[in-house]
Design a protein around this ligand. Sequence first.
Ligand SMILES: C[S@@+](CC[C@H](N)C(=O)[O-])C[C@H]1O[C@@H](n2cnc3c(N)ncnc32)[C@H](O)[C@@H]1O
Length: 232
Amino acid sequence: MLSLRQQFRRLTGQPGPFTPEPGLEVIYRDLFLRELARLGEEDRFFPTGGAANYSLLYLILRIGSEFRPVSVLDIGAGQSTLLWAMLQRRGLVGDVLTLENDPDWAARIGAQVQHQVLVTPLRPVAIGGRQTQTYDWDAVRAGRSFDVMVCDGPRGTPRHSRAGILAMLDRDIPDDFALILDDAEREGEQDTVAAVHDRLQATSVDYAVGVVRAAKSQAVFAAGRFVPATFL
Ligand SMILES: C[S@@+](CC[C@H](N)C(=O)[O-])C[C@H]1O[C@@H](n2cnc3c(N)ncnc32)[C@H](O)[C@@H]1O
């Protein structure tokens, strides 16, 4: 079966909707730093290596400060966690839950934030007829629902990467939500972007999709009051 990128290339002759634009990283860096300064916050972030790049930090900062989510699920601890914690400390977002599979990394990041960093080891689960390694989603839900989810964990895989996120679309999709899938330029994540589309298409949810491209690409799915987040 052709991947989303291969299908797009075949149909349009273009490399793909999620092809990164590394030259834009500096633009998102400027916008991120400008907005941080406007909030009176120091720039203590390290968007390097496997951490969130500037376009993801920019998206989180704008969604946090402009849309004021009530309950955030931050999947994969790191710079994103520190940023959500700052937004929460400033009263811009409500509850934040970070999900992490590595106990040492969770402890290191958890020591720097006030909100819960839930550690759940990865385990094999069948999702959409495929085996994948994912978190304990029942422990994540535990009666909670989230209007913003940022999926940046666990570590990516060559195909059907981070497919576990589909478990959060099984039931009770809020009327107003945003779901950001990081690393959308990768083939494995594109499988999951396509699967999220399929899952949402099978519901009555009226959603929109956007993409932000810099050093890495983010796919943004949104419904209700979060739809403008697909144009950021
Ligand atoms: C892409 S990273 C998550 C990045 C995070 N959302 C951020 O904004 O920086 C995915 C996973 O890699 C692992 N990881 C990332 N950075 C790490 C580090 N410096 N040391 C150990 N594990 C790390 C964690 O298990 C994390 O959940």
